[in-house]
Write a protein that binds this ligand. Sequence first.
Ligand SMILES: Cc1cc2nc3c(=O)[nH]c(=O)nc-3n(C[C@H](O)[C@H](O)[C@H](O)COP(=O)(O)O)c2cc1C
Length: 175
Amino acid sequence: MKTFHDLAKNRRSIRKYLEKSIEKEKIDQILQTALMSPASKRTNGWEFIVVENKEMLKKLSECREFGSKLVADAPLAIVIVADPSKSDVWYEDASIASTFIQLQAEDLGLGSCWVQVHNREKNDKETAEDYVKNLLAIPQNLRVLNMVAIGYKNEDRKPYDEEKLQYDKIHWEKF
Ligand SMILES: Cc1cc2nc3c(=O)[nH]c(=O)nc-3n(C[C@H](O)[C@H](O)[C@H](O)COP(=O)(O)O)c2cc1C
């Protein structure tokens, strides 16, 4: 039986995808999981924009000079947006939802990768966030955290090795 520990161990960022679209039931399940992610004071200030259109995925992949190109070859990206007037910790809420999305994708046999938008530049004139907002007609008052690219895996990544984890990061009782 696959346990949560197996899921955490096997989830690695996948940046190469098969040219195969994701079944609607799987997309729906991922989105349901996103909607079940915990948010501060249950404000649920996040919004999820599901993108499958190839041309739009290509445009989204150009939101940064490096680190976002993989989106062009993914069959799906979910852009995670949040309303700072609903939650003063929108960043945390949206990050948790993104992680839920990635783990649900892994559980469905899909690969995924977080692509950062917030705090990144497209070029010296425009932020990645403004570029994405424009492309997807996102209201000005909302913030874009990231996108999660998802697809069937077209690369093998080694699972984490419990023997090699950074146990020195763990502090008991006191730093
Ligand atoms: C906040 C955050 C931002 C990230 N941004 C990017 C990104 O813009 N592009 C990318 O290819 N990977 C990005 N990643 C993926 C990380 O590079 C990856 O999770 C890390 O190297 C660990 O590898 P693993 O996911 O395979 O365990 C991001 C991950 C996090 C958590």
